[in-house]
Design a protein around this ligand. Structure first.
Ligand code: PSV
Ligand code: MN
Ligand code: MN
Length: 386
């Protein structure tokens, strides 16, 4: 396999979420697992294990206040000592009683101010951790026609976003995440990529759109959105996960590995895999019934496999078939890559990186799972899905 494919695979970086290591579940039940982290430090330690065995996940996103600590600089140093660094800061303006009718779009100015103060606090935390991105997802919306003015809520949203934007430092960015529905069921205030894109466009170059792969209507062509936003320079990040029905937050690549390949194909074709492309490849998942660290390792490997398949697409043959209007030929070029077993290639790449060729087996052998079960009593809930 050509050197550039191997080099791209060695350089790839995937950011893991701190909340994937805590207990999570559905509204019906959170099943507690033994050995889960009791604090942000232990979540970071678990994330460092994922990096230790995959070699391509050196960044951990935080969610505030789930990961609240007194000293964020010290937390960043702690992460660094474990060989990882703190990435995106995810704001949380959806878990307070005050936010029942919205956070930044709430009709009550006092509650809007409280939500905005939290978003600004997240930027302060970025200053301390050296993070580049603040990720904004709003549960804001309405459940019934007439409940509130759709237009006024957009005005309130724009006002809050602009206040956060103005607070960003030179090299900091704001990532705006959309979601079709849930928890609001009639209108969400940021329901789709078009709404997120329009707000980001008005704000300026430091505002970018996040695609959470679980946040669309069934059947939505996500790779089209990827291609469009890439072309406009407005794709800031992914929240990768997979879904069978709605926002399932299952392991990326589990439900539809072909979709993941099609997404990575658009990324590779746009030369956007490079770490300086400004696209943050994050996971946003919950491991409700599977063990968490292996769940993350598997997920990173799934993204890596889709990436490897996208990298081995015969671009010259694809171009030629497309130019010649050879519909079946072009499709065959893509399917050839997708149907290639890239696991031997990835095993070789890992060996080149000084890693075990089989990250799942290496972690299982390491004894870390038994160690945390013995050491940690009373693990924390992820903060989600109680
Ligand atoms: C909302 O469903 C979301 O995808 C946002 O990214 C939140 O921050 C995250 O889930 C929490 O898990
Ligand atoms: Mn998300
Ligand atoms: Mn989600």
């Amino acid at each position: 396999m050509t050197d550039h494919v191997r080099a791209a695979l060695r350089a790839q970086q995937i950011e893991v979420p701190s909340w994937a290591y805590g207990n999570s579940g559905t509204r019906f039940k959170v099943f507690a697992q033994r050995g889960v982290p009791r604090n942000p430090q232990e979540k970071i330690a678990d994330a460092a294990q994922v990096h230790k065995y995959t070699g391509i996940s050196p960044i951990v996103s935080l969610h505030i206040p789930w990961d609240k600590v007194d000293d964020y600089e010290a937390l960043a140093k702690y992460a660094g000592d474990l060989g990882v660094r703190i990435g995106g800061i995810n704001a949380n303006v959806f878990q307070d009683d005050d936010y029942m009718l919205g956070s930044v779009t709430n009709p009550d100015a006092r509650i809007r101010r409280k939500a905005l103060d939290h978003l600004l606090e997240c930027v302060d935390i970025m200053d301390a951790t050296g993070s580049r991105d603040v990720k904004l997802w709003f549960s804001d919306g309405t459940n019934y026609p007439g409940q509130d003015s759709i237009r006024a809520r957009q005005d309130r949203l724009a006002e809050a976003l602009s206040a956060v934007y103005d607070r960003l430092g030179e090299s900091q960015r704001m990532l705006l995440e959309y979601k079709l529905f849930e928890p609001a069921f009639y209108t969400m205030d940021v329901p789709d990529w078009g709404t997120a894109y329009a707000h980001c466009l008005r704000l300026g170059p430091k505002a970018q759109v996040v695609i959470d792969t679980g946040h669309h209507a069934p059947g939505t062509n996500i790779e089209f959105i990827v291609a469009f936003l890439l072309r406009e320079g407005k794709l800031g990040a992914f929240d990768f996960n997979s879904r069978f029905y709605a926002d399932d937050d299952l392991m990326v690549g589990a439900a539809d590995p072909f979709q993941l390949f099609r997404i990575m194909h658009e990324i590779v074709q746009a030369d956007a895999l490079r770490n300086d492309s400004g696209i943050n490849f994050m996971l946003d998942q919950c491991h409700n019934i599977e063990p968490k660290i292996p769940g993350q390792i598997r997920s990173v490997m799934n993204v890596q496999e889709a990436t490897a398949k996208a990298l081995i697409v015969d671009t010259a043959a694809l171009d030629a078939a497309q130019q010649n209007g050879d519909v079946l030929g072009a499709n065959a070029v893509l399917m050839d890559a997708y149907n290639t077993d890239v696991r031997p290639l990835l095993a070789e790449v890992r060996a080149e990186m000084g890693l075990d060729p089989n990250p799942m087996a290496a972690y299982a052998r390491s004894g870390y799972a038994d160690k945390i079960v013995a050491e940690r009593v009373g693990g924390q809930q992820a903060g989600w899905g109680a």
